[in-house]
Design a binder for this molecule. Structure first.
Ligand SMILES: [Zn+2]
Ligand SMILES: [Zn+2]
Length: 274
């Protein structure tokens, strides 16, 4: 595994987005664990402990997956794998005019990262890096855990806020005393709703890609080699165990320079050629 030499965000938009996540994630954690959960459950009861452990696990895992997406290098490395010899083998490779070299199939140049990215899907502004062959797993875990955590926490907070007297809240806003805690609660709730919307939208968009073994720039089912293989190409040999920790080593079935091709796709092409 290689690390990026310049792993920091490149634009103001990326800095802003990563700061929003890195500030609001701990703020939400503190609110949930130190205010919301103790107000709903007896300290050290089963549900109190369950929710605290879940919050610690999710926040740590989301932050660690985000950090891995920032740090891990998924660019084309000519020294690791030079272009193959022979014209036939090079057919799948294409010339990158910016890097001025041959790049492997499914790799694309990223203007922001300034390199060709292996099995490139997109440039993620939250981590300031591309989601590609070696970082796909961390991106998928980040989105899945963020979506689950947001939904779970929002439903819990909805239950927590049911007891609020909103008429009294409006009166206090106008006449005092100023309801600081209630306003913080409503702000945290708004951020959670936004998180639910964005992460669930991202999850619904990327799930079909993961299941069908495609990335954004693939056309057709050329690399769709069955559900189990497609999942291994993203999560690695340990499959769903990677959801437990970003530190679990899970080898990918390919090196990102050559890929198994769907045999039915070849047949379809051959038939067309005939
Ligand atoms: Zn390039
Ligand atoms: Zn990029």
């Amino acid at each position: 595994m290689k690390f990026r030499s310049k792993p920091y965000p490149k634009t103001w938009f990326e800095i802003l987005l990563s700061l929003i996540i890195l500030i609001l994630l701990p703020v939400t954690f503190v609110f949930d664990v130190f205010f919301m959960v103790p107000a709903l459950h007896e300290p050290y009861s089963f549900w109190y402990c369950f929710n605290v452990v879940l919050a610690v696990f999710l926040n740590f895992s989301i932050a660690a997956n985000m950090l891995a997406g920032m740090l891990i290098d998924t660019s084309v490395d000519e020294q690791c794998r030079p272009p193959p010899e022979g014209d036939a083998a090079r057919l799948e490779w294409r010339h990158c005019a910016i890097c001025d070299r041959l790049a492997p199939p499914r790799s694309w140049h990223c203007k922001l990262c300034g390199v060709c990215i292996l099995r490139r899907d997109h440039h993620c502004n939250i981590v300031g890096s591309c989601v590609g062959h070696h970082t796909m797993r961390y991106f998928v875990c980040f989105v899945a855990q963020f979506a689950f955590g947001s939904i779970y926490s929002t439903i819990y907070q909805l239950y927590f806020m049911l007891g609020y007297n909103y008429t009294l809240l409006v009166t206090q806003l106008v006449c005092g005393p100023f309801p600081l805690f209630e306003l913080v609660t409503i702000n945290v709730f708004s951020w959670k709703l936004l998180a639910v919307y964005t992460t669930c939208s991202a999850f619904c968009y990327y799930l079909p890609h993961v299941l069908h073994g495609t990335v954004r720039f693939d056309s057709g089912p050329k690399y769709d080699c069955g559900l189990a293989y497609n999942l291994r190409c993203v999560l690695g040999e340990r499959m769903f165990l990677v959801l437990l920790s970003p530190f679990i080593v899970s080898e990918l079935p390919t090196d990102g320079y050559s890929f198994q091709i769907n045999p039915n796709h070849i047949t379809a092409k051959s038939v067309m050629a005939v």
